[in-house]
Design a protein around this ligand. Sequence first.
Ligand code: TRP
Ligand code: SF4
Length: 335
Amino acid sequence: MRKRILTGDRPTGKLHLGHYVGSLLNRTKLQDDYETYVLIADVQALTDNFNTPEKVRQNVLEVAMDNLSVGVDPNKSNIYIQSLIPEVAELTVFYSNLVTISRLQRNPTVKTEIAQKKALFGEDGGSVTYGFLGYPVSQAADITAFNADLVPVGEDQLPLIEQCREIVRKFNSLYGNVLKEPQALVGEVARLKGLDGNTKMGKSLGNAIYLSDTDDETYEKIRNAVTDPKKIRKDDPADPYICMVGYYHSIFSKPEYEQVCEECKAGKRGCVDCKKQLAKNINSELAQIREKRRYYEQHQSEVKDILAQGTKNARIITSQTLRNVKEAMKIDYFK
Ligand code: TRP
Ligand code: SF4
């Protein structure tokens, strides 16, 4: 039997370069060897966007199109919508008993998100709902519903996978060996920094290059990137290792990277040209993706069919898991 992958994203915005290097590339590479399920986590998105449901709804299709355009192949992988899998909601309820509130509050990802909210909305707007605090439990349900072996994710998700593993161990020790402990797999660039110098590219941080951006939008964002502040004139020598353009070259211009650094240090490279070169490389890497995306934007009913089929396939697995779980928990009353 082939091993399984489960991964996915919250539909709170379009996917960006950080997702691409952190997790999307791994999905496309591994889908030949693993039975792959990609979830669009609308229920999880609602835990902190319950007041803007239309935003979540719109982004379900956007995220589906992003996955399809980078090469998640509907003939190999299943893309599905979380809220259409009732088994996941049921598992979440059962797992809730296996996690303490203080353990959830100590989850580093949850902690960071709460701190970000407080910074944005103040103590009050940042107050934490029961649903939000509990989302790691539902993420454990997402993963274990498929008995996934591998979860390709960005670095920020590691504490959530660890929490899932703990829930699995607890469940198995109480009720018998039913669930599988998943492994996380982080992409080649675990966390892509923002062009603005932020430690992370993020949609909520306003520093993201989207897969769906145009060439010009991409160039405009690169043009505003943080460079070595000591470099004033075109022929001033500078330090490419403290420059965000230099950092992006190390990821998206690998063959030219050494030359970029040499020339920058020697004052033989102007920032304007350096940025143009980076934009050209990123745009050419994304060209095919963007073309494919335009196709799907014009064929949205095809995207919906893919989601419907992926969801149907997903439920075959999750309903079996739920039967096993209920049996282990002795709540399988009328067999
Ligand atoms: N938490 C992920 C994100 O913020 C989305 C997600 C939900 C997920 N369930 C998952 C990722 C299960 C991997 C596995 O994008
Ligand atoms: Fe950065 Fe390039 Fe300017 Fe050097 S030349 S400081 S690497 S933008």
